[in-house]
Design a protein. Sequence first.
Length: 228
Amino acid sequence: MARVFTKLGKEISIAVKAGGSDPDSNARLRMLVQQAKKENMPKENVERAIKKATSKDYTDYKEMNYEGYGPGGIAIFVETATDNTTRTVANVRSYFTKHGGSLGTTGSLEFLFDHKCVFRLAKKEGLSLDDLELELIDYGVDEVDEEDGEIVVYGEFAQNAAIQKYLEENNYEINSAEFVRIPQDYKEVTPEQRETIEKLIEKLEDDDDVQNVFHNMRESDEEEEGEA
């Protein structure tokens, strides 16, 4: 829970710095405030994150991406938000090195992932997913699906504001919105490699500067059966 609050707090501060502190005119901030409510993030935490970004003493978070390979040639993409890039890159590099991987140069693996925005919506009575997908194609949406009782909308990263605006104007209840990097292909690994890679990913995700970790390791048979 604390990890979720920390991540959301950083995202709120970054959104305020980029687009102002008024949710009515800052679509990204508006979405993050709604998401914070759904995660039961205390109101004072949200207000503190907004206030922090508008303070003259505010130290900007830099959004930095790091790309590297884990055992078995697994591509790992790490998104961070940090006030000390020297500390962050040193930590990220050490995690890769200690777990049999290597940190690459910026942009070296980005082409292996599609950058998408994902909106999760409450179901609407009588809604046709095909009709919704047709309506949203012009807004950069390429897939509409249903998962765990929610409608899931996948769209182009650059179109996230336009998609959000359409959903809000058409009275869809947005449960969450996030940016993801979806691998174009998945790679098989041995059980030993999987164990090491999972330890590396866990170490990365435990770092306070790390916001998201994406990879192209294929899920194990047990994980796939659990989702079926």
